[in-house]
Design a protein around this ligand. Structure first.
Ligand code: SIN
Ligand code: FE2
Length: 201
């Protein structure tokens, strides 16, 4: 049974995906990444990000010298692959909205990767939730309020946990301080995958 907790207004569904669902999902992602390979985004200021990214859906999120934005094509020029059905089903069960996600962003964290505090606000309709799925090694997730300087709380996200950023938490600052290498056996070579589902337009 899934344990549900509230953290700064966001819903945390502990162990929402069981091991076999996680394995199926990783198989789908492997295939998808052969079509849309992971790339290393560079911030507009020229800093390479430590996570590697790809995406599925009509849009992927990219960052380069021109800025942060959604793009209908991979940096190598091809359209993004479709979002796997298993992910769409999860969105339908948890999002509480009638629209479908248009982007499934794939973040891959190696042992030393992190994600600094940020808001997700490049989407047109900020009343649509963001659903986030964690796979592989544990990640120390930090979430605060809508002001960058406010207080924050942290939580170790484990493989199979799902988070829904909705309502007041939709614009909460959040990030990942570090991952815990070797904490999961899901990915044979270790690391953490985070999927975030968003309605973009
Ligand atoms: C993100 O905010 O894009 C990633 C969050 C996470 O890795 O859990
Ligand atoms: Fe985010």
């Amino acid at each position: 049974m899934t344990d549900i907790l509230a953290l700064r207004g966001c819903r945390v569904l502990r162990g929402y995906l069981d091991r076999s669902a996680q394995e199926t999902l990783v198989d789908r992602l492997r295939l998808l990444l052969t079509k849309a390979p992971l790339f290393q985004p560079v911030t507009p200021r020229g800093q390479p990000m430590s996570v590697r990214m790809s995406a599925a859906g009509q849009f992927g999120w990219i960052s380069d010298a021109k800025g942060y934005r959604y793009s209908a094509t991979h940096p190598q020029g091809m359209p993004w692959p479709a979002i796997p059905q298993q992910i769409l089903t999860l969105w339908d069960a948890l999002s509480g909205v009638a629209r479908q996600p248009e982007c499934c962003l794939i973040n891959w964290y190696a042992a030393s990767a992190r994600m600094s505090l940020h808001q997700d606000r490049d989407e047109s309709d900020l009343t649509m939730p963001v659903v986030s799925i964690s796979l592989g090694d544990e990640g120390l997730f930090r979430i605060g309020g809508t002001e960058r300087k406010g207080s924050t709380e942290s939580l170790w996200l484990q493989s199979g946990d799902v988070l829904v950023l909705e309502g007041a938490s939709r614009l909460a600052y959040h990030g990942v301080d570090r991952i815990r290498p070797g904490s999961s056996t899901l990915l044979p070579n270790g690391g953490r995958i985070n999927l975030t589902l968003r309605v973009v337009t």
